[in-house]
Design a protein around this ligand. Structure first.
Ligand SMILES: Nc1ncnc2c1ncn2[C@@H]1O[C@H](COP(=O)(O)OP(=O)(O)OP(=O)(O)O)[C@@H](O)[C@H]1O
Length: 363
């Protein structure tokens, strides 16, 4: 780690080079060491590259003194030459996901809104390779599949994560002298699984298995992302061909569409789209489970409540059906098998989600 500030600046320059010329960006800065280091490097790169960089701090008001802390972070960011520096208040006291999850949801919404307001092409986040490794370990411990194990993307929507390839120690060593980072007490709280992974699990793995474990876990994330993307694309292709069938278009052996011939999956249901069991059973399990999950969500099952166990249960109707009853899913959706097809429909007498709304359209 001879010149950490050069590593961080290079990472920022690479991320910004993917944006259209003259783009403005915002650095999302909590005041913590990682995002402050990112802010300093971005200010440096923008000043030399003739681009515009501002910053945005989100004050959740969760801790006493958070407004003062946001103010002093904003002052430090102005001192770096970032312009504009926006402070946003985002209440995280309500919501379904607990304080941490709510804060994350309102933070991402506030950051997106700040980008729209200021015309920024991207919002830069300070996640590091260590954050990625922690995410993979947490996913492994939960028994996650490749989508979860793929961790955080270097780019997703308006968000860029330029530091995903750098160790946290490098990012922190690049923090210019005189900048005082704020230590989020949650990062040290062992009540949080991520803090335990950060301070207790990863250091033990590195000590026992050798250095490079964090890098290896981050590589797993990259490989898992490629696998998950490929499987998702196959699931999308299944729906596309299935929709063609349902539209009554038969491409036949000649490849010429024959619109007179009805497809095998005419939608005879109100509120649900049947999927041919033979078509589903022919898919590899990894693709089929994705198709089933998407179909259940499209029928109205809330994605946050629909677990892998629900999807596995639906799958029994496809691959291990012995005339058994249907399966109840979250959002008052019922999966049943009839006439060689799987049906995902609102439970009789109940509306999807219990809100009297029709299920959303099929993907
Ligand atoms: N309150 C906030 N305001 C603006 N951006 C935030 C805020 N909290 C987090 N972020 C952004 O999300 C990134 C990840 O935050 P998280 O709290 O998960 O990690 P961290 O390791 O504590 O990062 P940091 O040391 O920068 O606070 C931060 O680096 C920052 O870019």
């Amino acid at each position: 780690m001879r010149h950490p500030h050069l590593d961080v600046r290079r990472a920022v320059r690479t991320a910004l080079s993917g944006l259209p010329d003259g783009s403005a960006v915002l650095v999302a800065c909590s005041g913590g060491a990682d995002s402050l280091s990112l802010a300093a490097a971005t200010a440096w790169v923008a000043a030399r590259g003739g681009s515009r960089a501002g910053a945005v701090c989100v004050d959740h008001g969760l801790q006493p003194g958070s407004a003062d802390q946001a103010r002093s972070t904003a002052a430090a960011l102005c001192g770096l030459g970032l312009d504009p520096v926006v402070t946003v208040h985002a209440d995280a006291s309500r919501g379904p996901d607990g304080p941490e999850g709510n804060a994350r949801a309102v933070r991402y919404a506030a950051l997106t809104a700040a980008a729209e307001r200021t015309g920024a092409a991207a919002v830069l986040l300070g996640h590091t390779l260590d954050d990625q490794a922690e995410t993979v370990l947490l996913g492994l411990a939960r028994g996650s599949g490749p989508r979860s194990l793929s961790g955080m993307a270097a780019r997703s929507g308006v968000f860029l994560r330029p530091l995903l390839g750098l160790r946290r120690s490098v990012v922190r060593a690049a923090l210019p002298a005189g900048l005082e980072p704020w230590d989020d007490p949650h990062n040290e709280e062992f009540a949080y699984a991520r803090a335990r992974v950060r301070h207790r699990v990863l250091p033990v793995l590195e000590a026992e298995l050798g250095p490079g474990v964090a890098e290896a876990l981050a590589r797993t994330a990259e490989l898992a992302r490629a696998d998950a993307d490929a499987l998702d694309a196959q699931a999308t292709a299944f729906f596309a061909s299935d929709a063609r069938d349902r539209s009554g278009v038969d491409h036949g052996e000649s490849g010429v569409p024959d619109r007179r011939k009805p497809g095998p999956l005419h939608d005879r249901q109100s509120g649900g789209v049947p999927l041919a069991v033979t078509d589903l059973a022919a898919l590899p399990r990894a693709v089929r489970w994705r198709v089933l999950r998407r179909a259940a969500i499209a029928a109205g099952s809330p994605p946050t409540d629909l677990t892998a166990a629900h999807v596995a249960a639906i799958d029994t109707l496809v691959t291990a059906w012995r005339g058994q009853d249907g399966i109840d899913l979250p959002g008052a959706i019922r999966a049943t098998r009839a006439e060689g097809a799987l049906h995902l429909t609102p439970r009789t007498g109940t509306a999807a989600g219990g809100q009297g709304e029709p299920p959303p359209p099929h993907p």
